[in-house]
Structure formats: structure tokens, C-alpha cells
Design a protein around this ligand. Structure first.
Ligand code: SAH
Length: 398
């Protein structure tokens, strides 16, 4: 890792990097032709040859890599990864000490000054997500750092860098002992069944932890709940735990039925008393309107982009219409929980969609709560787009 390539930063982007911006975007580099092998250590310089930052070449979405340090004397070596990961683990001390929550993020990419990789903790197991071929070239150093610093049962990985930036199907076991899956982890006392070696998704999205807790602790009691894009039904499980009278979980994917049954069952909830539907949510909205169904709480948690047989949903263009659908099946004084992980707009714009959707349906509303990423999903102010999550609780006022 000692060879480094000096690359020049365009003068108009110099300030940005000096101010701590971590993503090496294409336009910032004067001669991208010199970038050949992913994983190459880059020394970013201004046009006079002065040091700006040190990082690596790795292609991820529109990015060409990440700045890892602004300290000229810091090299990217084994000790570097030990220091960074040690800091990251230390930052999550309170999570490690809480026996009611055994699943959380320990390294959040650029938020922990390690752009391009994340590490999640699942009750003694560590799961590394690699977002480029380039960052994957540091695998030995990262795994060695975990071996030195963490007390683990096993380490797994997800390589998320095929030609389309998607998951590479593989045996994801890396080190330690193999787990027995499902692994039962806890989140604020509720159980989740997770699978660390079955494709891209493990069964739970950890960034919604505070939202699930609030639904259980303050919103669910006595309510009927419609959970759309429900995946394994995590929101439904928390709603039942909080005293919801009935949940309806809707997801298009066949796998969601068994996964949702499993999540209810590991928590001792009789899934037969809940409604679990494998179907297109847009079709379900039509059905619910036709049958005059109204819910006290409607949860919207779509992916940023999804294509079904009849419908393409893009969070960029269609969120307002999704909200209008939700409004049509929400009872007066009911709550809509609207969530998106689309990083292309901010909270203000997202709330703008809420406003438009209510205006266009002649409805009134009140914003009750909003959430961005939780503490373990550490972000830095120099990279606002890293805080992709936006969740709002909206009351439909009569
Ligand atoms: N809310 C979930 C995570 C959602 S992930 C949770 O809390 O864990 C997005 C889900 O949307 C996926 O499971 C996918 O199958 C589903 N999905 C995508 N398009 C859909 C559609 N048109 N109708 C129903 N589900 C859809």
C-alpha cells in the first residue's frame, strides 16, 4: 500500500476538499485517465502540487473514491485502519453496553472517515459491506483490525460492487466461526431473525430503530395499522408489541410472507391474527379505497426505485402521489409515517411533498415528528447527502 498516485484537483473544487468534503467525484480530478487500478492510494494535490488529502480510487455510483485523511503525515496502512475502527467502536460504547439492543452499526462509511465501507454488529457477528472493488482491496487490513480490536464470534461480508453496483452472490463468510442462522438479535427488547449468508439483505434495516421504538411506545396502542413495502414486517411487529389491534403488511416479494411470519413468530405473536399480503401496494390502495377501508396508522417505506409489472415507483418523482394514496386510506386523526432513503432531496423538500399531497386532496395535517439517521449511523456535516434517511409522522386532521 506504499505506492501512491498523485492526482490534481481542479482549482475550483479545491476549497471543497479543504473544507472536509470526502467524496472524490469525477469532475474534481483533472486527469481521470491516470486512474487505472481500483484500490490505488491517491494523493490529492492542488495545481501547484500542495497536499490536499489522501484517499483511494474506487468506483461507487458517481464517485471515484474517498478521501480518508487530510493529514499529510498519515499514511493508509494497517495502523490507519486500526485507529479508525478503534475510534468507531469506541463511539458506539453505549450500544455495546445495552443488552436490549444487540444489532447496530459500528462503522458508517465516510461518517467514520472510512468512505466506501460499513460494518454492522449482530450479536457477536460483524458484517462488512464493501461498496467498491477499490475499498475491497483493504480487506486484509480491515479484517485484521477487527481481529485485534473486537471480541467476535464471526465475520461476514457483502460485496456490493458488481457491474451495476449491486451485491455479488457468494459465500459471505470471512473469519471466526460460522453462525447458525437465523441468528436471533434484539432491538429494544424485540427479536429479529437475521441471516448473514443469504444474499444481499439480512432481514432488518437498522437505521429505522428509533422510528420502530416510537411507534411501539407512543403510537400503536389500540390502532389498526397498514404497513406498506413491509419486507419482513419489522414495523408491524413493533406495532403489535405496542398494542395495535390489527396490522396489515403488504409487500410484493414472495419471500416477504415467510419472513414476516417468522418475525412475528420469534416474538411469540400469532401471525394468523395478523394480515400479511403478498401484493403490489398500488393495487392494494385501489382495493382498500373500493372497500372503504380506513386505517388509524399507515406506514410508507418504499425503496428509492422499484419496478413492478404494472408500476414504476421512483422516490424522486412519485412520493407525492404515494402520499395521496396513503391519505385516501387514513382515518381522520390517523397517522401517516412517511419514510424515504432517497438521498437526492432533503427533509425540506420531502416535507414539501407532504404539503402538496394534502393541498391536492383538500386535507389538513399536522407534522408531529421527524427523524434522520440515528446516532450509530454517524454522519459528518461536510457530507450532508450521507444523511439520506427522512421520516415524518403526519397527523391527518379532520
Ligand atoms: N419497510 C421495510 C423495508 C422496505 S424495503 C422494513 O421496515 O424492513 C422495500 C420493500 O418494498 C421490498 O421488500 C420490496 O419487495 C418492496 N416493494 C417494492 N415495490 C413494491 C410494490 N410495488 N408493492 C409492494 N412492495 C414493493
Amino acid at each position: 500500500m506504499s505506492n501512491e498516485l498523485s492526482v490534481q484537483v481542479h482549482s475550483k473544487h479545491k476549497k471543497k476538499f479543504e473544507n472536509g468534503y470526502p467524496l472524490i467525484f469525477k469532475e474534481a480530478i483533472l486527469d481521470t485517465n491516470r486512474l487505472k487500478e481500483e484500490g490505488t492510494i491517491l494523493r490529492l494535490e492542488d495545481e501547484q502540487g500542495h497536499f490536499i488529502g489522501r484517499g483511494y480510487f474506487g468506483r461507487q455510483n458517481k464517485g471515484y473514491g474517498w478521501v480518508l485523511t487530510q493529514n499529510e503525515n498519515e499514511s493508509i496502512d494497517q495502523e490507519f485502519f486500526v485507529k479508525r475502527i478503534q475510534k468507531a467502536l469506541h463511539y458506539r460504547t453505549s450500544f455495546f453496553e445495552d443488552s436490549n439492543t444487540t444489532a447496530f452499526r459500528v462503522v458508517n462509511g465516510e461518517g467514520d472517515h472510512l468512505g466506501g465501507l460499513t460494518i454492522d454488529y449482530f450479536d457477536g457477528y460483524y458484517l462488512i459491506n464493501w461498496y467498491s472493488e477499490g475499498v475491497y482491496s483493504f480487506k486484509n487490513e480491515v479484517v485484521e483490525a477487527l481481529k485485534r480490536l473486537a471480541d467476535f464470534k464471526g465475520i461476514y461480508e457483502k460485496k456490493r460492487f458488481d457491474a451495476k453496483g449491486q451485491y455479488v452472490e457468494d459465500d459471505d463468510f470471512v473469519a471466526g466461526e460460522r453462525g447458525e442462522f437465523p441468528l436471533i438479535v434484539k432491538e429494544n427488547g424485540v427479536k429479529f431473525a437475521v441471516y448473514l449468508n443469504e444474499g444481499a439483505m439480512v432481514g432488518v434495516f437498522l437505521d429505522q430503530r428509533p422510528v420502530r421504538k416510537l411507534i411501539r411506545d407512543q403510537y400503536a396502542r389500540g390502532k389498526t395499522v397498514l404497513n406498506t413495502f413491509s419486507y419482513t414486517g419489522a414495523f408491524s411487529v413493533f406495532a403489535v408489541e405496542g398494542g395495535a389491534t390489527m396490522t396489515t403488511s403488504v409487500d410484493l416479494a414472495n419471500r416477504s410472507l415467510n419472513k414476516t411470519i417468522e418475525q412475528f413468530s420469534v416474538n411469540g405473536i400469532d401471525y394468523e391474527e395478523q394480515n400479511i399480503l403478498v401484493m403490489d401496494v398500488f393495487k392494494y390502495f385501489k382495493y382498500a379505497v373500493k372497500k372503504n377501508l380506513l386505517f388509524d396508522m399507515v406506514i410508507l417505506d418504499p425503496p428509492s426505485f422499484a419496478r413492478s409489472k404494472k408500476h414504476t415507483f421512483s422516490a424522486a418523482k412519485d412520493y407525492k402521489d404515494l402520499l395521496k394514496d396513503a391519505i385516501s386510506v387514513t382515518a381522520d386523526n390517523g397517522i401517516i409515517v412517511a419514510s424515504t432513503n432517497f438521498s437526492g432531496y432533503d427533509m425540506k423538500k420531502f416535507k414539501g411533498f407532504v404539503d402538496q399531497a394534502f393541498k391536492e386532496t383538500n386535507g389538513k395535517y399536522q407534522l408531529l415528528e421527524d427523524f434522520t439517521l440515528p446516532e450509530d449511523f454517524r454522519t459528518i456535516k461536510e457530507f450532508r447527502e450521507g444523511n439520506y434517511l427522512k421520516v415524518v409522522f403526519i397527523k391527518k386532521v379532520k
